[in-house]
Design a binder for this molecule. Sequence first.
Ligand code: F6P
Length: 362
Amino acid sequence: MVRRVGLSTGGGDAPGLNAVIRAFVKVAVGVHGLEVIGIEDGLAGLVGTPRIQPLSFREVRGLLPRGGTILGTTNRGNPFRFPVRDATGSVSEVDVSSQVVESAKSLGLEGVVMLGGDGTLDIGRRLMDLGLPIIGVPKTIDNDLSATDATFGFDTAVGIAAEALDRLHTTAESHDRVMLLELMGRNAGFIALNAGLAGGADFIVLPEIPYDLEAILACIERRRTSGSHFAIGVVAEGAVSKHGELSLLGDAAPGGNARLHGAAAKLEAELSRAGCPLEIRTTVLGHIQRGGTPSPADRILATRFGVEAANLAARGDWGKVVRLRTPDIEAVPLADALHTHRVDPEGQLIRQAEALGISFGR
Ligand code: F6P
């Protein structure tokens, strides 16, 4: 009998998900003779009537450069707190995890390969405890999973943000303005730090280094006195001032997290109030960072993760997560791969940036 495995993409999408799907299917089907069933919209496709698609060579043709995920995804699909709407229209969180496990079993799935960030991988760990074998593939543009040297999607996001900074430079210079660019990353500043370095930012504010407004004003003033009448500032969406709080867009929706938004607008208002001598404009790059084709580096990393995940599934080596330990892809126990990390405020990258004159508002 042909062995059958499930494949799902959970959480926010990241460029490279389709490249993982393609590589996984090519090796699982082509090399190991497994049958692969794609589950739609994270694990939501296993709640109620299953929403699935068999995946073979035809379905994955042309996927390498394609952004997004052909399986669909959601960051409101946690089966342990699944949002369900009642007859009155109000939404509450319900535990549908046993339904997911039963549904996977009735489809004849030996296990499910889950592509996702820390939240998705933690769901995978809990489903393993309920008897559903899981293999994890780490994914997030935020690059905040400590188990792996890198996640795919990050390189693409940094590239898009760096290009945006190049574009902001020319208009900032023409108008003698301070340009603020708000970037994603949740509570980690890796995208902001790396994009800021690649894009020649003058100051970068990170969640890991609460900023002092005076230090940013001093940075702008230093540039003015040295003859540069404009400045480029990168603001991580999770940035906070020394005395401030996270900038959130409303409360968390059922089954999800509160959205981070507005840190740059807040900094713009603070700088203006404090008498910043230059005009300020704010751009929020938003989901443009997650859209479109993956960079070559992300295509390669995603492909390597997909190949390794397929080899694990073929060996029946469930309960593992693939990761990059440069230069190799290896597998570690799922339980060891759930931790997030953040930018080290005393790390070499920060120190080197400061040596260049970049201010972190401290
Ligand atoms: O985790 C990836 C990420 O893009 C974060 O950087 C960002 O805060 C969040 O997802 C945005 O989520 P959503 O797509 O729900 O707006």
